[in-house]
Structures are given as C-alpha cells and as structure tokens.
Design a protein around this ligand. Structure first.
Ligand code: EPU
Length: 371
C-alpha cells in the first residue's frame, strides 16, 4: 500500500471542500488498515477515516494526519430459507449495494435508495430515509479496534443506534473502524409506505386494489424513492452538498405544544423514549387525537427542521456568499461554488443561532466536522 504525502482532499468530499492531508492512503483490506494504523502511530499523527465523503465538513487548511480512504470491496450473498445474508466490504458504494439487492428482489433497504456514501459509513449515522433505517436490517459490523489493534464483531445492539446516531459518533466508539457490514434482507416482504411522500405516491394501492399490491416490488419502490429524492435534493454535479446538514430536532412534548400554539400548522412526529421504531409512529401532529392516545410523560416529538426554516425563520433559499439553504429543501446546505470550510461553518452557526432565537430550539449538525 502506498502512503502519499500532501494530498488534496477536495475532490473526495461531496461538499467539494477539503484541505491537504499530510499523509494519505487507500485501504483495500484489513491488513492494509493495520499498516495504516501502525504508520499513524509511528508518525504520531491521528488516523482519519474517509468513506464517501458525503457527510463531512473537512477543514480546508493543512490536515496533520494520515487520512485513509476505505476501499475495502466485496459483496457476498448467503441464502437461507427466508433471508439472504449479505456481507459487504465497507468501501462498497451504498447505493450500488441497494441496486444489487433490489435486482435480486430482496426487501429491506429499497427505501434507502439514492443515499450517497459508502457502506462502512452508513451505520455511523444510522442512515435513514422514507421510514427505514439501516439499523432495521443490520445484523453486525466488523470493526478494527485501534486501541487493541484487533478486529471483532459488534452486534446490532452493541452499535447503540439512535436517530442519525450510533456508538461510532461517541467517545467510546471513536476508536472503532468499520471494515465490513452484515445485513439480513428478506426474500419476500411488503412495501414500507409509512412515510408521507411514499404513502401519497402509492395511495391507489390502499383503495381496495389488493391484488395490485403484488406489483409493488422493491424495484418499484426504489424507482419511486429515487424520483422523490431527485426533486428534493440538489444535483451533486451542479453544486457541493452533504445532504441534510442538520438533524431534525427532537423536543419534549411540552415544548412542542407551546410551539404548536404559536404555529398551529407545525408538524410533529412522536418518538418512543428510546427512539426505537420512531418512524413507524410517524403521525402528523395535525391529527391531534393520535398524539393524545400516547400517554408516555417523557414523550418526545421530532419536528421537521425544514418546516421551521421555511415557515418560522423565513430562511428558505437564504444565501450568503457562496453558501445557501437549498430552495426546495432548506435543511440541505449547498456550496454554490468555491465556499471555504470556515464560510460553511459560519453560515451554519448563523442558522443555529437564528433557529434558537425564533424557536428556543438548539439544533445539531448532522454533518461531521473534521477540523
Ligand atoms: N418542509 C417545509 N418546507 C420545505 C421543505 C420541507 O416546510 O421547503 C417540511 C414539510 O412539512 C416536509 C418536512 O419539512 O414534510 C420534512 O421534509 P422531508 O420529508 O423532505 O424530509 P426531512 O425530514 O427534512 C429527512 C432526512 C433525510 C431523508 C428524508 C426522507 C434528516 C435530518 N433528514 O429529511 O435524510 O432523506 O427525511 O426520509 O433526518 C440525510 O440524513 O442526509 C438525509 C437527506
């Protein structure tokens, strides 16, 4: 494996921002990852892992580290009676995996179509879209523990998945590098249409056309999801973006109720205390009755930040210099051309302050900052 010096990372992130790494390498297997780890220890620089670069804001100064791009490939399909277990190298492209699974008619990840990035990065933020999350199909991940230098498996439970969250984002998981991901997909299934956009797209199937439901294959769902996404997300060929830049805020019901008084149209989706299965409970807060039947005192509500940015803060399409909130989906921040990392950071901080001022809510970045 070649370790290069002074490599620009700009082309390796979807925000199209990134400075020069002191050292850089592409890791194709676990052995090479071990080599990279040894090298970083010897040179006394941190080891920074890069996947598809689609959820990071990299500093654009010099990055005094060994940056390792994970290129571990391979997809193995193992069939059992009802399932297909798939073992995937962390460097595979997530959407290529989804495409292959869908072509095989397998169920479980079709709603996660069109998400940029690599397979190894997917569990870190527990990628989710259209009522599905990777945690619903993930069995285990294989990790290299950089503290012990040993590889081991981590079960789904041990990954401590939450909304756009996992152990890998927290101090106790920071030493773990994902090398492989094992998913369990179903040979037969039914479409997951809990999410509003998909429900609307396929509402004809709920109107008594039961036999038509068979037409809803994973491939049909994938096509619909890609269609919906293309209308909401900017084209990566035209600008830089990292998808949703912020997380949708999760607030106590009491705070939600107060906001709802001020903004009666505010949508909200109740979560269980541990956020498990929260998307199954996705209910529009307009249906106030549904909210009332949930007795949990610690009830938390997830609200769409896009709605707040648009209807409360009036920031839809807001731009400053080379940074903007995408006009069709304001949770998405775009680098309209030539933005620096600091410009993005300052712009995002401004949005955070504005949301706090208007709503009292502290929003969090979804994108990971590597500075
Ligand atoms: N809305 C507005 N104005 C707008 C756009 C949206 O008011 O201009 C409101 C609408 O009420 C809409 C709501 O915002 O129903 C939510 O928007 P949307 O359904 O497009 O999705 P989201 O909640 O903003 C989340 C994920 C996306 C994922 C989509 C689809 C987060 C942070 N984002 O976005 O994930 O693709 O749902 O399931 O959870 C990502 O994580 O990078 C990402 C793109």
């Amino acid at each position: 494996m070649k370790i290069c010096e002074s490599v620009s990372l700009k082309g390796l992130t979807t925000l199209k921002i990134g400075g020069v790494a002191r050292y850089f390498c592409r890791v194709r297997n676990e052995h090479e990852l071990q080599t990279a780890l040894q090298f970083s220890k010897k040179k006394e620089v941190p080891l920074i892992i890069l996947g598809g670069g689609s959820n990071v804001l990299l500093s654009d100064g010099s990055i005094s580290a060994l940056v390792a791009k994970i290129d571990i490939k391979g997809i193995e399909w193992r069939e059992s009676k009802h399932f297909v277990h798939v073992l995937v190298g962390a460097g595979e492209i997530w959407d290529t995996l989804v495409e292959k699974a869908v072509k095989k008619g397998l169920w479980g990840i079709e709603n996660l179509s069109g998400i940029p990035g690599t397979v190894g990065a997917a569990p870190i933020q527990n990628i989710g879209a259209y009522g599905a999350e990777i945690k619903n199909t993930l069995k285990w991940v294989k990790v290299l523990d950089t503290k012990t230098g040993k590889s081991r498996r981590l079960s789904n439970k041990k990954c401590e998945f939450g909304y756009r969250d996992s152990i890998f984002k927290h101090p106790k998981g920071k030493a773990l590098i994902i090398t492989h991901v094992a998913l369990r997909l179903k040979k037969s299934g039914t479409p997951n249409l809990v999410y509003k956009d998909l429900k609307e797209r396929f509402k004809i199937y709920d109107l008594g056309f039961k036999n038509k439901k068979r037409e809803l294959t994973p491939a049909v769902i994938r096509k619909a999801v890609i269609g919906i996404r293309s209308k909401k997300f900017p084209d990566l060929r035209e600008c830089g973006t990292a998808g949703s830049f912020f997380k949708n805020p999760i607030i106590p019901k009491t705070q939600f109720d107060a906001l709802k008084k001020r903004y009666p149209a505010l949508p909200g989706f109740p979560l269980t205390a541990d956020e498990r299965g929260y998307e199954d409970m996705r209910i529009n807060a307009d249906a106030d009755e549904s909210l009332r039947i949930i007795k949990d005192k610690g009830l938390k509500i997830k609200i769409p930040l896009a709605w707040l940015l648009d209807n409360v803060c009036g920031l839809k399409g807001f731009h400053k210099g080379n940074v903007a909130l995408f006009e069709r989906q304001p949770i998405v921040l775009v680098n309209t051309g030539g933005a620096s990392a600091d410009e993005i950071k300052k712009f995002a901080e401004k949005i955070v302050l504005r949301v706090r001022k208007e709503t009292g809510i502290d929003i969090e970045w979804e994108v990971q900052k590597i500075y």
